[in-house]
Design a protein around this ligand. Structure first.
Ligand code: FES
Length: 110
C-alpha cells in the first residue's frame, strides 16, 4: 500500500477536484463541503475522464456521455444503463498536502 501526493490543500477548495496518475490508473480527489473523497477518475462506461467532468456537491458528471457519479460512494446516480461502481480510495492530509492511497478501499460490485 502506498500513498501518492495529489496537490496542496490550498489548491483544492470546496467544490473543486484534482487528480493524479498512478501507472495505468487515474484517481481524483474531490472536496465536497470540506470533506475529501477519492474515486477512480476513469468512467467505466467507455473510459471518460471524470476528473475533467463537472463537480456539483457530491456529483460528478462524466464529460463524455453524461453519467452522473456519486464521488462519496462510487455509485452511479444516473445513466440509462447499469454501470459498475467506481473504486474509492483513502485520502489523507499531512502538512497541508493531500495524499491518496494507490490501492482501492474496496472493490465494489454493481
Ligand atoms: S464514458 Fe462516461 S458516460 Fe460514457
Amino acid at each position: 500500500m502506498a500513498m501518492v501526493e495529489v496537490c496542496k490543500m490550498a489548491d483544492l477548495p470546496v467544490g473543486k477536484m484534482k487528480s493524479v496518475t498512478v501507472g495505468e490508473n487515474r484517481i481524483l480527489v474531490a472536496n465536497v463541503e470540506g470533506k475529501l473523497h477519492a474515486m477512480r477518475a476513469i468512467c467505466n462506461h467507455e473510459g471518460g475522464p471524470l476528473d475533467e467532468g463537472e463537480l456539483d456537491h457530491n456529483q460528478i458528471i462524466c464529460p463524455w456521455h453524461g453519467a452522473i457519479w456519486d464521488v462519496t460512494t462510487g455509485k452511479t446516480i444516473w445513466f440509462p444503463m447499469k454501470l459498475d461502481n467506481e473504486p474509492l480510495y483513502a485520502v489523507k492530509v499531512e502538512n497541508e498536502t493531500v495524499y491518496v492511497e494507490t490501492e482501492p478501499l474496496k472493490e465494489l460490485s454493481a
